[in-house]
Design a protein around this ligand. Sequence first.
Ligand SMILES: [Cu+2]
Length: 149
Amino acid sequence: MNIINTSLVFIFTFLIAQLSFASSCSVDLEGNNMMQFSSTSIQIDSSCSKFTIKFKNTSNLDKEIAGHNVVVSKSSDFDELTNLVDPSNGMNEGFLPSNSKVIAKTPFLGPNESYDLVIDVSRLNSGDNYVFWCSFPGHWGIMKGDLNL
Ligand SMILES: [Cu+2]
């Protein structure tokens, strides 16, 4: 009987640990009508192997006029990457060419569209500073936040 009780406690503790682990490896993020993200800072727990930004565009503007997306890069690569933004690269690419300095990105989203952006945490170093930003022309001056491990 004692063994069974001990086993149940162990299994229960394990399940709770899994649940809290899962909840800490994702965050909800919205982009709105005012060209603002709902958060300006994202902290990733180093125990996460993958981290998901659950992004939703709550704006009512068509994505061709003012779509929103999320790009993750090092802070030090931000200027170089924003200079590469060109609509000829397409909405699905966030107007960005293929570039190894882009750690993760979503397509541009229109009203009420959402996208789960999965970040490979092994690509982040705890000593470096990262940013998440919207690569729609004119947006990243405001739509930019810090992301750290
Ligand atoms: Cu935007």
